[in-house]
Structure formats: C-alpha cells, structure tokens
Design a protein. Structure first.
Length: 518
C-alpha cells in the first residue's frame, strides 16, 4: 500500500487491518467494484434541491430570518457536508451588508466556496492573521458582523480573540467532517466564550437525496458515529475524534496498520472510556544523532527526540530509548474526573515498566495552556522545552515534558530540566509566558561549554538561530562592544527580508570570531 508512506515514516507496508475493515463495509452495503472500461456509467438524476436556484430551503430560510434578530453575540452554524451552510451564510452576509458593516475571514481566500468569492466584491475578505494585526492597530471597527467560514480549521485561540473583539460573529463549520474537525470542535469552542452563544443546525442534504448510501458508507468508513461492531481500532479512533477536534483519516490509517505503536485503553461497563496512543522513539546511532544536532539530517519520525536533540541542544535525546505519548483522550462527558491521570499512571506501570523494560523516558508534546501544563505536572512530567514561536495548528506555543524511567533517563531529564531553567529567562517568549510557568529563573549570563558548542554548531554547521539564540545572547551580553551585530537578534530576524543571506553573513562573522578565540 503505497499510501502508507504518508503516515508510516516514509516506509511502504502492507495494511491488512484497514483492507479487511474496508472490504467488510463494501460487502455490508452491497457495492460492486467496476472499472471504467467495464461499464458505461449512468448516474441517477440530481435531486431537485441540487438544481441551481436562488431560493433557500425551509431550514435555511428559518435561520436566515431568525439569526439577525437573535440577541446572541456569537452564532455557530453547523451541518454535515452538502447542507448549504456556506450558501446560507453568504446570503445572510449580503443581506446584512445593506445596512451593516460586514467582513469575511477563512483559513485562506482559496478555500472559500465560490458563492463567497463572488460576494467578496462587496464584502471585504481578510486573512485571519491580517485581521488580528488590524485589530491590534485599532484599524478596524468592533461594531461589525464578522463571518468565519469553516471555523474549525482555525486555531481556537485565534477564534476566541476574534469573538471577543467583534460585536457579532457568525461561524460556519462542518460536522461529521473527514478533513479533521469532527464533533470535538462544537464541544471545545464554547467552553471559553464570555459572550452569549447560539448554535444553528442544518440537516437536509442539498447535493444528494436523504439516506444516500454512499454518504452513509463514507460516514461508517470514517467512523463518524459510534461503531456498532467489536473493532478495537474503530472504537479507539471514534474516541479520538470525539475528544480531539483535529483528528484526520490519516490517523485512522495509522491506527489500523502503522508499525511500532502502543495502545492503552480504559473501559467501564464494556464501553471505551479513555485511551492513550503512543509510539517508540530514539535509540539512534551516535553518528546520526550528531548529524541531527548539527542540522544536517532530519529523518522522518522521532519527533520529540529530534526536537530535543536539535532545538534543545540535547544530543542524548536521540540516543536514549523513549516512548512519545501522541494522543490521550477521554470521553468528553467524563473529562475532569481524574480518568486522564489514572490512564497515565496505568500506562507507565503496565505498558512501560512491566512490558517495555528498556525505555529511558516518556515524552509528550502539547499546545501550552495553564490547564494542560498543570495536568502533566500532576502526572509527574517535567517541563524541558517550549517552542519559540506559536504553532499554526493550535495557536499556542508547544511544550515538551518528560517522565524518567531508567537511571539513565533520570540523569537525562535532570540535565534537560536544568538546561531549560538556565536558558528560560533569556528566551524570546519568556515575557509572554512567565505568569503561566511554575518557575522564576534568574538571568544567567555566564557562558559555559554547552553555549560555546552551540555557537560552533550555528557558525560552522547548520544549527538554527532559534536553537542557538540563548547562547548567542549570552555572547553578546558578555562583550556587547565587539558583538553589536547580535543585539536584538530575534527582533532583527523577525523584521529582516532575505533571511537566508542575513543568516549566512552572521554565520560567517561568528566563524571568523571563533577562529581567533577558540
């Protein structure tokens, strides 16, 4: 199965579990396989509602009339695919634009439905980040209607910023979506809203007849409803889709057949309540680990181990053996009852300490919020790294935390924690995050051997500016008169055009400096 390269570390493997599952569904629905050469396809006529028309369906019309009169500040229009939610939102926007200020945003202009693209002649479109910049500069009025198409494709922090600023916000998003949103978005999005909120739903399909067998087949194939059969993988995937609002079909393929994965579940009354999905990492040869540290190799897989090696200046991260917790999920209605902590505790005891005695540490990476940081600390994990920039997918900085298992793992986690705390006060993100973090580090400006090695890796190899930033800052603070080029390094890099040339010049300057001082 050549598609397996996408989700199995670039390696082609057989995928018997998924194919058995797929074949059973095809047989259940009574579909027959035919090639284009074998048959002359004659498709049934489109249902009447598919024909091009300016009129709204009764469901759409009801929302069209009621939504503008509703006192709620936030409106979420949800529907499965093909129900006409974007068309409804577009007509609402056009109607409101006759008397009100109306704006539209989406992940990108290219993903807007055609209806919106034609409407954009009268309704201005703003990319989400550009819109936030205008808000920060007080260049856009809050007393506007903001329409957000396919809102679940945007990070939640960004959505909440927009909802806090604008007086009226209409969001549309697809439920039962096979592009990675799912019901989890509707569960997570309202939790942090501070304004009145109303949800509107469309259920009648417009592109096909109700109870269309192909739609039902796809829904069951991608486990958009609770699975009926006793299939462990299907149950596990549905749990992930319910608890995480970004779960994709690639996760389904990986779950069924990917190599080297650990699944740990907790059930009550024959119902899957929670689960952990983890993968082994590390155990790389010293030569490969060194090449990763230098920035010359980036093999697929080993996500946290490689990040700690390269960005964290921790060469041992790739050589020691670890297990990365990729996902942890608990049924939404049972969250905040201690089940997650019990899952972690049982996973460490049963899966790692008993069945995998040759593991040095466990890692986890997540979008950094105060709640999640506190959760993982309570589970015994220690914070060792924060990404310098926010992740596009979550809108948060990512945090990496470790749990030691072996004696070598204990020593490594202590080293990683000490290095993180030593560097923290000089990191570009510290001012933004300091109130959330449990430590108050002193600024440590004294250079050590790790700093010099880091600078050599930047100047003479391909270590990144972000990975070397703190060491370069210490070098500047140690002798600002001779290292003026290093002043305000992060701000320079953020503003500069032609970053590649600028970096090469900086590497060359530092290489010359090292030649005469080291």
């Amino acid at each position: 199965d050549f598609d397996s390269q996408r989700w199995n570390g670039g390696k082609v493997i057989a995928t018997p579990n998924f194919y058995r599952y797929f074949k059973a569904l095809v047989q259940k629905f009574g579909f027959q396989f035919q090639t284009l050469e074998e048959t002359d396809f004659s498709l049934p006529k489109q249902p009447p509602q598919c024909q091009a028309t300016e009129s709204l369906t009764p469901q759409q019309q009801k929302i069209f009339e009621k939504l503008p009169l509703d006192s709620s500040a936030i409106h979420l229009i949800t529907a499965p695919r093909g129900r006409g939610k974007s068309t409804l939102a577009g007509k609402l926007a056009q109607q409101l634009a006759k008397t009100e200020s109306v704006l539209i945003t989406a992940r990108s202009h290219s993903v807007l439905p055609n209806f919106w693209k034609s409407a954009a002649q009268n309704i201005p479109f703003f990319a989400p980040d550009h819109l936030l910049q205008k808000i920060a500069a007080n260049q856009i009025a809050a007393n506007s209607w903001l329409f957000i198409d396919e809102a679940a494709s945007l990070p939640l922090p960004m959505l909440h910023q927009l909802c806090e600023y604008f007086d009226k916000v209409v969001l549309t998003t697809t439920t039962h979506n096979y592009e990675g949103t799912g019901r989890g978005f509707s569960l997570k999005f309202p939790q942090q809203l501070t304004k009145p909120y109303q949800e509107w739903q469309l259920s009648k399909p417009l592109r096909w007849y109700e109870n269309d067998p192909l739609e039902q087949f796809i829904d069951e194939l991608l486990i958009m409803s609770p699975p009926t059969g006793a299939n462990r993988y299907a149950e596990f995937y549905h749990l992930l889709a319910e608890a995480h609002y970004k779960t994709t079909p690639s996760d389904l393929r990986r779950l069924f057949d990917a190599q080297d994965q650990l699944l740990h579940s907790f059930s009550e009354h024959q119902r899957l309540v929670g689960g952990i999905w983890a993968v082994p990492e590390g155990g790389l040869e010293p030569e490969l680990a060194e090449a990763i540290w230098r920035g010359e190799r980036r093999p697929q897989g080993n996500l946290v181990a490689q990040y700690l090696c390269f960005q964290g200046n921790l060469l041992e991260a790739c050589q020691l053996r670890s297990v990365r917790i990729s996902r942890i999920a608990v049924q939404p209605e049972l969250q905040k009852q201690g089940i997650g902590k019990r899952l972690i505790s049982d996973f460490i005891l049963q899966k790692i300490q008993q069945n995998r005695p040759f593991v040095d540490y466990i890692s986890v990476s997540f979008g950094l919020t105060e709640h999640l940081l506190h959760f993982w600390q309570q589970c015994g994990f220690q914070l060792v790294q924060i990404t310098p920039t926010k992740e596009a997918s979550s809108g948060y900085h990512s945090a990496i935390m470790l749990y030691p298992i072996s004696a070598e793992g204990q020593q490594f986690v202590q080293q990683a924690t000490a290095q993180f705390e030593r560097d923290l006060a000089l990191q570009p993100y510290y001012a933004e995050l300091q109130n959330m973090l449990p430590i108050r580090p002193l600024v440590q400006l004294q250079m050590d051997e790790q700093d010099w090695r880091n600078i050599e890796g930047f100047a003479l190899a391909q270590r990144s500016l972000a990975a070397s930033y703190v060491s370069l800052t210490r070098l500047y603070r140690q002798d600002p008169r001779n290292h003026g080029v290093l002043a305000n390094l992060w701000q320079q890099f953020e503003r500069i055009q032609g970053k590649k040339e600028w970096l090469e010049n900086l590497r060359s300057l530092l290489a010359n400096y090292l030649q005469y001082t080291r």
